[in-house]
Ligand binder design. Structure first.
Ligand SMILES: Cc1cc2nc3c(=O)[nH]c(=O)nc-3n(C[C@H](O)[C@H](O)[C@H](O)COP(=O)(O)O)c2cc1C
Length: 378
């Protein structure tokens, strides 16, 4: 968006903090409204599909930042049907036209690289083997996001200490592949109860080697991945997402404030592009609850770009920028339902409502690319 001021009926222009330019390291962003990573389960057989070209390009603005949906780093990384991967040549080739379409409209596109760890079932694993984790503690069955079905998980196999470098290497190779596919960078998925979060959180990690026990030990895996990925593709192209306060998938921590702060401080030495943190108010999946905790200590400790997400609307996104609690704000459900979200924020226009029922259905159009643009809603 070249324009960061909206016309108001009385002719006055109003300055909109979210729509001011921002320099995120080597990337000159024209505004601060970021597409949050959103799993859509429409990548049949783990291969990104041509319909994603339209989906992502609908949400692209010139100089806007998009984060792709969580994308598996290896054949053990999957835990849901039809989520994309980036470990095979076919997957890399399939991402290329999607990334090209975003670039053709001037967007900046990061790929979220992901390993689910124990949030999986043997049916998603090679040769029907057990999912891997930092632990062998099983996850109890969980109600799926549709609120009806129950997901069953196969008890995980605890990684041995000498297997861990191989998983770190899978993240490194996935980052290399993402660059090969044309992405501008990667976001390491260290949030929401998946593998990296399983290592970090003391509710899950019960290891006795140097990847378990103390806070420093529990964060070692995450930081080794950051280091490997930075060495592979350069710090300017690396972000990480963390949710210290969340306890999704039975992955909670007894001292999330200390965990978040330790990570923010430790990340400084790698000089990465951004740190993306999920608000403590998103403790429960999909629900916003007010709470006394805050990301401000982590914002203050982290020296690079600070991105926040979780329950933001136009008003409190603007406030977060004005009050310097964030540099950029990621929007999930609102951006899913409003492909032209930055324009709607600019005009303070009404928003389409999201439909939860079609978040994870596999239709290539319905609930995916059929949310109307402003011009067609009137
Ligand atoms: C349909 C859907 C899919 C999601 N998939 C991912 C994902 O792949 N990776 C991730 O880190 N978060 C994922 N999230 C969480 C969002 O990125 C975001 O943090 C969350 O929706 C809260 O932000 P919001 O209130 O703006 O929607 C998902 C959320 C939704 C609703």
């Amino acid at each position: 968006m070249e324009n960061n001021a909206a016309e108001f009926p009385d002719g006055k222009q109003q300055h909109i903090p979210l729509l001011t330019p921002y320099k995120m390291g080597i990337f000159q962003l024209s505004h601060r409204v970021v597409l949050a990573p959103l799993t859509r389960q429409r990548s049949y057989g783990n291969v990104p599909q041509p319909h994603a070209i339209l989906y992502y390009s609908q949400r692209t603005t010139k100089g806007g930042l998009l984060i792709a949906e969580a994308t598996g780093v290896s054949d053990t990384a999957q835990g849901y049907k039809d989520t994309p991967g980036i470990w095979t040549k076919e997957q890399v080739e399939a991402w290329k036209p999607i990334v090209n379409a975003v670039h053709a409209k001037g967007g900046v596109f990061f790929c979220q690289i992901w390993h689910v760890g124990r949030v999986s079932h043997k049916d998603f694993q090679p040769n029907g083997q057990a999912p891997i984790s930092c632990t062998d503690k099983p996850l109890t069955p969980q109600i799926r996001a549709n609120g009806v079905d129950v997901a069953q998980f196969t008890p995980p196999r605890r990684l041995t200490t000498d297997e861990i470098p191989q998983i770190v290497n899978d993240f490194r190779l996935a980052a290399r592949n993402a660059i090969e596919a044309g992405f501008d960078g990667v976001e390491i998925h260290g949030a929401h109860g998946y593998l990296i979060d399983q290592f970090m959180k003391d509710q899950v990690n019960d290891r006795t080697d140097h990847y378990g026990g103390s806070l420093e030990n529990r964060c070692r895996f995450a930081l080794e991945i950051v280091e490997a990925v930075v060495n592979e593709i350069g710090a300017d192209r690396v972000g990480i997402r963390l949710s210290p306060f969340a306890s999704y998938m039975e992955s909670g921590d007894s001292n999330p404030g200390a965990l978040g702060l330790y990570m923010a401080e430790s990340l400084n030495k790698y000089g990465i592009a951004y740190s993306h943190m999920v608000e403590p108010r998103m403790k429960t999946v999909g629900e916003k609850t007010e709470c006394p905790e805050s990301l401000v200590p982590m914002r203050k400790a982290f020296k690079g770009t600070f991105m926040v997400a979780g329950g933001y609307d136009r008003g409190d996104g603007n406030e977060a920028v004005v009050e310097d609690r964030a540099d950029v704000v990621a929007y999930g459900r609102l951006f899913l339902a409003n492909p032209d979200l930055p324009t709607r924020f600019e005009l303070d226009a009404s928003l389409n409502k999201y439909n939860r029922d079609t978040f994870y259905t596999s239709d290539p159009v319905v609930g995916y690319t059929d949310y109307p643009f402003l011009e067609t809603t009137a």
